[in-house]
Design a protein around this ligand. Structure first.
Ligand code: ATP
Length: 362
């Protein structure tokens, strides 16, 4: 694929109005490494000393009402048109996703997972029904508004990594900050910091082709965190990795959830991943089959299926079981405030022992 093609493919994720200029400036943006001293890496550039909290993206700074879902799908249909033929890939989905959840959307091939991911990530809009992100109906936003809210709220991780092949590791991590961080020096500090916490500070000049699969995915994770979005949305994040490296990536995402309070949403066919989840949404043939609320690392499915999305109710937004879910989340999955991003001057370096104890992942 040409560079133009790669850029085009990323336009849907990043702000299209600025990316071309950004790439042209990328070399000067990232060219020098003079300021990357050990000292820089120890300081969390996301920490805002004025208010004693870790700065997040502009949208995330808008105070969230925790009773409101971060993402809400109401009677969502996605119908693909193939000539004269229509195919409903999603059929009346109702789903509310709350801050602090680790949600796994699990389904077999063709069940509608990618279609769902595209809607949850505001990469597509529904044919019918509404998708609200941060209480905004995404169908009412134009493409540039959508790109902005998407850029602020969601970090994406893909099975195929989606790194720009002609840009270095550091430049890939810098890309999302082009639209959020005006201070280039600060952006570079943040990129250094993120590459450090994913254990790749020694690879910042490497091209993606010079990295292993696990390393590429760690770059993708660093990139997803660049603007410190409240939501990380991952499509089969371990699909191209061996099981050991996959576990490492999942443990890292788990740390982001447990320590930093990120809302993690993973779309996968791999049932092994449910051990990380606080809720599992099973989809089949474009419909939600059942939803299970779980305790982290439960060996078995102990919870009764939540029936709120069963066929007889699928066309109505059902809120009857939501309070239970929210209340559980509020108590079980509240990040440990001692280690929370907002309350300390380090993102993960001290509390992520697994990152630097995996030399064989290099
Ligand atoms: N652009 C499209 N046009 C027509 N049909 C489509 C389109 N995209 C997806 N579909 C159909 O919608 C259904 C759901 O597709 P989707 O890619 O969401 O499934 P999936 O669960 O992600 O599958 P996989 O795990 O194999 O990637 C499939 O039957 C697929 O053939």
């Amino acid at each position: 694929m040409t560079l133009t093609g790669i850029i085009d493919s990323l336009k849907t994720i990043l702000n299209p109005s600025k990316i071309i200029n950004s790439l042209e400036e990328a070399a000067s943006f990232t060219g020098s490494s003079e300021s990357d001293s050990e000292e820089d890496l120890k300081i969390n550039p996301y920490f805002d000393s004025e208010n004693g909290a870790t700065s997040s993206s502009k949208a995330a700074r808008i105070s969230q009402n925790k009773d409101e879902p971060l993402i809400k799908l109401t009677n969502v249909w996605k119908i693909y048109q193939m000539g004269e033929v229509e195919f409903a890939a999603l059929k009346g989905i109702n789903l509310e996703i709350y801050e602090g959840e680790f949600l796994i959307i699990l389904g077999p091939s063709g069940s509608g997972k990618s279609t769902m991911m595209n809607l949850l990530g505001c990469l597509d809009i529904p044919s019918k029904g509404t998708v609200c992100l941060n209480s905004k109906d995404i169908s009412e936003l134009d493409e540039s508004e959508l790109a902005i809210i998407r850029g602020q709220m969601i970090g994406f991780i893909f099975q195929s990594f989606n790194l720009l092949s002609t840009l270095s590791t550091e430049e890939n991590v810098l890309l999302p900050m082009e639209f959020q961080e005006d201070d280039r020096q600060m952006a570079r500090q943040k990129a250094s910091y993120l590459l450090d916490i994913v254990g790749l500070s020694n690879k910042k000049g490497n091209l993606p082709s010079q990295l292993s699969g696990g390393q590429k995915q760690r770059v993708a994770i660093a990139r997803s965190l660049a603007v410190n979005p409240p939501i990380i949305l991952a499509d089969e994040p371990t699909g191209n990795l061996d099981s050991k490296t996959g576990d490492y990536i999942l443990d890292f995402l788990d740390g982001l959830h447990q320590r930093d309070g990120k809302t993690i949403i993973i779309v996968t066919h791999d049932i092994e991943l449910v051990r990380y989840a606080t809720r599992v949404v099973y989809i089949r043939d474009g419909e939600i089959e059942k939803i299970e609320t779980r305790s982290k690392n439960e060996p078995d499915m102990k919870n009764e299926p939540d029936t709120k999305n069963e066929p007889d109710t699928k066309n109505e937004p059902d809120t009857k079981n939501e309070p239970d879910t929210k209340n559980e989340l509020d108590t079980k999955n509240e990040p440990n405030t001692k280690n929370e991003l907002d309350t300390k001057n380090e993102l993960n370096t001290e509390n992520e022992p697994s990152i630097k104890k995996e030399p064989d992942l290099e």
